[in-house]
Design a protein. Sequence first.
Length: 164
Amino acid sequence: MVQAKEYAERARDAYIHANEATMVGDEVAIRYFDEAIKLDTAWIDLVPCASAYWNRAQAYQGKFVFKAGCAARDGAQITFDDLERAVVDLQSSLKQNPSQPDCYAQLGFNYTLLSKFDDARKNYQEALNLLNKGARNREILFSADRVKILLDALPEKKQAKDFY
């Protein structure tokens, strides 16, 4: 358990202190979170409402944003593998603690980027339900008002193919 806690602290520090503009920092954080998760699947949170899966998802999302920016700059194809890995980690985080509105909101956002609008809508709605019941968010980015805006911005099924 101590070893897992040490790896988790190192992973969290690697993510927090990583230069967000470089993929290297996110890769370091991902490796540490991999080790923390492998060592202790019953993960005890170091920060209220946080988990190794949540933090690793954030690192994958950072890596996706960096790679997408580079691809857009270079006129290359954008790949979504890191975003899909983030989705898996967010789902794992919810299995540990299903009352995380920010996790549902982040899933909704990722599903929107993946053009999975029904999944996005379902997760945004669950985030709103939890927020309306008084659940606490760890990310100010996903206030109830913000989640409602994101939910309302989703295209209808017939418009989804023209969303991007």
